[in-house]
Design a protein around this ligand. Structure first.
Ligand SMILES: [Zn+2]
Length: 251
C-alpha cells in the first residue's frame, strides 16, 4: 500500500481552505459560494461542458488566472466539489501553467500521498469546514442524518460520508464497493477493529442485497461481526454484531 499524506500536509491543505472562509467571513453553510471564492482568490472563471471523460479541468496561470471547466452542474454536490477540488490545485500546486483534469475516480483518492488527495482534503474542508460540520455530527449515525448534512452543505453523499468519518466521534468505518468487490475503505479511527478487506461477505447487509435475498432497509441494521471484521469472532468474541448502514448509488 502506498504511503498516505502526512498529518502535517493534510492540515496545510485544510488551512488553505479555512483561510478563504475567514477572508469571506463565512458563518454558515449558505455562505460557501465557491464560484465567488474562485473569482476573487484566483481570477478563475467557471465554464460548463466541453469535456470528454472527466469531471473537471483547470487551465490557469498563477498570475493571470484562467478557467475551471466542469462537465455539468446537474448534480449540485458533485459540481461544487469539482470546483473546490480545482481551486485546491490552483492554490496548493502553483505552476506557471496549471492544467489538471479531474476524473470521477479521483474523488475517492484520500489515502495516497498525491496531489489528488491534497485537492480532495482542501475541497472537503472548504465545503464542509470543521467549525461548521463537526457541531452537526453528534447523534446516532443514520442515512437520514447524512442526507440532511449533504442537503445543508450542498455536497455529494459520497463527500459528506467521507467528511462525517473525519469529524464524528462515533466509532465508524467506511467501505466503498462495486458489486462484490470492495474498492476502498477508511478504517475505524483507532485502528481497531480491523476491516476484512476484499469481497463483500454474503452475510452482511450489503451481501444480502447483492444476492437479492433482501432489500436495502434504509437504516442501520445488525450484522454479524465476522462479516466485516478481521479476527472476529474468534479472538474478540465480545463483539458479535456490528451496525451496518447501506448506502447504494452514491452520487
Ligand atoms: Zn485533480
Amino acid at each position: 500500500m502506498s504511503k498516505g499524506l502526512s498529518t502535517l500536509r493534510i492540515n496545510e491543505c485544510r488551512h488553505a481552505a479555512t483561510k478563504i472562509l475567514r477572508q469571506f467571513h463565512v458563518n454558515n453553510p449558505d455562505d460557501i459560494d465557491v464560484e465567488t471564492f474562485a473569482w476573487h482568490v484566483g481570477k478563475l472563471r467557471v465554464r460548463l461542458g466541453g469535456l470528454s471523460g472527466s469531471e473537471g479541468r483547470l487551465v490557469a496561470t498563477s498570475r493571470r488566472g484562467g478557467v475551471i471547466r466542469v462537465a455539468t452542474d446537474r448534480n449540485l454536490g458533485r459540481y461544487r466539489f469539482t470546483l473546490a477540488h480545482e481551486l485546491g490545485h490552483f492554490l496548493l500546486h502553483p505552476r506557471t501553467v496549471v492544467d489538471k483534469q479531474f476524473q470521477r475516480k479521483h474523488f475517492t483518492v484520500w489515502n495516497k500521498a498525491s496531489e489528488e488527495a491534497e485537492a480532495n482534503y482542501f475541497a472537503a474542508e472548504l465545503l464542509m469546514p470543521k467549525f461548521l460540520f463537526k457541531p452537526r455530527c453528534p447523534g446516532t449515525p443514520s442515512i437520514r442524518h447524512l442526507d440532511s448534512l449533504a442537503e445543508e452543505f450542498r455536497t455529494s453523499t459520497l463527500a459528506t460520508a467521507f467528511q462525517y468519518w473525519e469529524y464524528t466521534n462515533e466509532p465508524v468505518a467506511l467501505v466503498l464497493s462495486e458489486g462484490w468487490d470492495m474498492t476502498s475503505f477508511r478504517p475505524f479511527k483507532d485502528g481497531w477493529p480491523r476491516i476484512k478487506f476484499g469481497e463483500i461477505h454474503e452475510h452482511s447487509a450489503a451481501g444480502e442485497r447483492l444476492a437479492e435475498k433482501s432489500d436495502d432497509s434504509g437504516r442501520m441494521v445488525r450484522t454479524p461481526a465476522y462479516a466485516w471484521l478481521a479476527a472476529c469472532p474468534d479472538t474478540h468474541s465480545d463483539l458479535v454484531f456490528v451496525g451496518e448502514m447501506l448506502y447504494s448509488g452514491f452520487s
